[in-house]
Design a protein around this ligand. Sequence first.
Ligand SMILES: *Cc1c(COP(=O)(O)O)cnc(C)c1O
Length: 403
Amino acid sequence: MIPFSPPRIDQKIVDEVVDTLYSGWITTGPKTKKFEKLLTAYGGHKITLCVSSASAGLELMLRWFGIQEGDEVIVPAYTYSATANVVVHCGAKVIFVDVTNDFNIAADAIKKAITPRTKVIMPVDIAGWPCDYDAINALVRNPEIKKLFRPQTKEQHMLGRILVLSDAAHSIGGQYHEKKVGNLTDITVYSFHAVKNLTTAEGGAVCLNLPEPFDQEIIYQELNAKSLHGQTKDALAKTKIGGWRYDIIEPGYKYNMTDIQASMGLVELARYDDDMLVRRKQIFDKYTRDFSKYPWAQTPEYECSGIKSSYHVFLLRIKGISEQQRDQVIQEIFNREVAVNVHFVPLPMMTYYRNEGYDIKDYPVAYDNFSREISLPVYYDLTDDMVDTVVKATVEAVEKEII
Ligand SMILES: *Cc1c(COP(=O)(O)O)cnc(C)c1O
């Protein structure tokens, strides 16, 4: 069986983790702080806070911005549940909008969904392909739209407009007009979950890139406390002589990253651009070439005029196929010992959101993308021979179903 997304675990990762274990410091400490500095240099944003997951990071930032009951947050209908669930946790209303043919949130649909209650837009770079950030950033700065904004908290007054909080769970290393994902919007959150491009087993990072007059150093300190029960000192600071006394300034969360996680991240980041992304791009190129012979195959966009994917998963679509046929094709691919997937079932189709009154009929492009989509594996240890096997299994399965 060709697995869908195994992590790259080799001696380097093992050695770095073992080094952390024997160091006597296994929770948040020097390696997490080092990983944060290197992530800041990598993304080109202003400062980074590592957290226990992207979900934690997204929720932390919604809470920081004061999101609560009565607020609306715009989320694409086509994403993983984390993006919307964190909005529900805050008591705010999720406003789903439709996506475009490239799977990402549609800027014109965002514009139509904005009301005086809108506080945040959460674009998601599906499969690593950056959203249309020029359009989204221009939208929130548009004077007519700024006039609608009703700030309630100190942070909302300071920003004076809708916040753009990017869910970059797939897209670390992606590029948009020469800038990396991380410094494209106000705040970007990476995921380092086991199946993501760069993994720490579980983990995430908040990339701060807020405009003037925000002081990112001060916000970092606030968030650091917020991610550790509102405690004024972290565990490392408390071990310093005389450092035992601390205060609780708010009832915060427990969202910190450990040095065990960070040690994996340090190894992954050091070889990310020159090794990991190179291999991922080769796999994308090969799938694109191999499927170009088949008129039924619709391959995704992943590189054009200054925009580059992080090559997270290969979203193949089959032209003119129904959802039921697609499901059968997937079964046939599995019968050939190849694991594939679907990214994603649109959230309005999920029981919870359906019961809340959302209807997939309002998101026709999301449904069309989903119903014809099959995610093909992309990972460092996937060899060319394995890619050949995936392509062969897919072609046989499709031809069996369609012809
Ligand atoms: C994986 C994923 C998340 C959640 O990441 P965690 O680190 O597991 O919390 C959020 N959004 C999208 C689009 C994802 O794929």
